[in-house]
Ligand binder design. Structure first.
Ligand SMILES: [Zn+2]
Ligand SMILES: [Zn+2]
Length: 325
């Protein structure tokens, strides 16, 4: 839109929001679903593939999602894929009778899609099918090798999955999925790849591109499974109106440092506040009363171990931060 591609040689875009699926909905495949999409257009360089994969991986990792696996494959390009597709078609003709009705249809119009079949018999037959990888031209091979070598450098664990294919022609070279074993049949949390022919096919300029999408609904299923609610780093049990005023600048400072800090909205006694801190799942509680302010000393309580640390008023901001981190 708006000829954005003329403004910069490399265009980086993201979109988020609801999308709608025509196919039958099921668990983890909702009619209305949400995605985070990232696109990088204008370059064929392997490093741009990496930047997109890296971002997806980093987002999921930072959200604390464990046991992720990156599946990666190369789909070839318009130079090498037709030869492969032809051989695959021949192979499928030979085993046509053993395929499920769906795959018999697919084998004629979109042979690559036979790899997606969930039918046990089809899967077994396809284990002997010719694989894209054996047909890659030099350019595709070099591209794949560079991508894999960057992944190693970044320490992102990957599995080359020769069965990872896409049914649409504009997808080329790198294709990937980030999967979680915790999601069952719909195990893909993020997916993406290179689509050099897409913009042209849509009537736009002939620009290469690579992109990814993170499925927000599946992400939520995973986070729910881990029961990772928002946690409170520090709860401030401030007693009396003077203490409640005095701690305000500290709260502001700690929040800016990225800590999650809470204080009771209403004035309450210590016992009620400790209870509230416990319910909020606070890791630490700082107890601040008139007495503590006068003595310029207060107590930081570790809610897990019940250890108490003495903190001096003069040093409170950095001392608390040090103890919590
Ligand atoms: Zn190629
Ligand atoms: Zn099948």
């Amino acid at each position: 839109e708006h000829n954005l591609f003329t403004q910069s040689p490399v265009l980086k875009l993201f979109t988020t929001g609801p999308m709608f699926r025509h196919e039958r909905p099921q668990k983890g495949r909702l009619r209305q679903f949400h995605q985070i999409n990232v696109e990088l257009m204008g370059t064929k360089a392997p490093l741009s593939d990496i930047e997109v994969i890296w971002m997806a991986w980093d987002i999921l990792e930072q959200l604390g999602i464990k046991d992720l696996r990156l599946d990666i494959n190369s789909l070839g390009c318009p130079a090498c894929r037709p030869i492969y597709r032809n051989d695959l078609k021949k192979y499928l003709e030979g085993i046509f009778q053993d395929l499920c009705p769906d795959c018999q249809r697919r084998s004629k119009i979109n042979p690559l899609r036979v790899f997606d079949c969930k039918n046990e018999a089809c899967r077994k037959i396809m284990l002997n099918a010719p694989l894209n990888r054996e047909y890659l031209c030099k350019e595709c091979m070099d591209h794949l090798e560079k991508v894999l070598s960057f992944l190693k450098t970044l320490g992102i664990p990957f599995v080359i999955n020769p069965y990872l294919v896409r049914g649409l022609d504009y997808y080329v070279m790198t294709t990937f999925e980030i999967v979680s074993p915790d999601l069952g049949a719909q195990s893909t949390v993020a997916a993406g790849g290179r689509y050099d022919g897409l913009l042209k096919a849509l009537g736009g300029p002939d620009l290469p591109g690579v992109g990814m999408a993170i499925g927000v609904d599946r992400l939520l299923l995973l986070l729910e499974k881990d029961k990772k609610g928002p946690s409170v780093d520090l709860f401030i049990a401030a007693l009396g109106s003077r203490a409640r005023e005095d701690v305000m600048p500290w709260i502001k400072h700690w929040r800016r440092q990225g800590l999650t800090v809470q204080m009771s909205y209403e004035e309450k006694g210590l016992k009620a506040q400790m209870k509230q801190a416990g319910r909020a799942g606070a890791c630490y509680v700082l107890i601040v009363g008139e007495d503590e302010l006068d003595k310029k000393k207060m107590v930081l309580r570790d809610m897990m171990t019940s250890d108490q640390h003495e903190v001096l008023l003069d040093d409170v901001m950095s001392a608390v931060e040090r103890l919590i981190r």
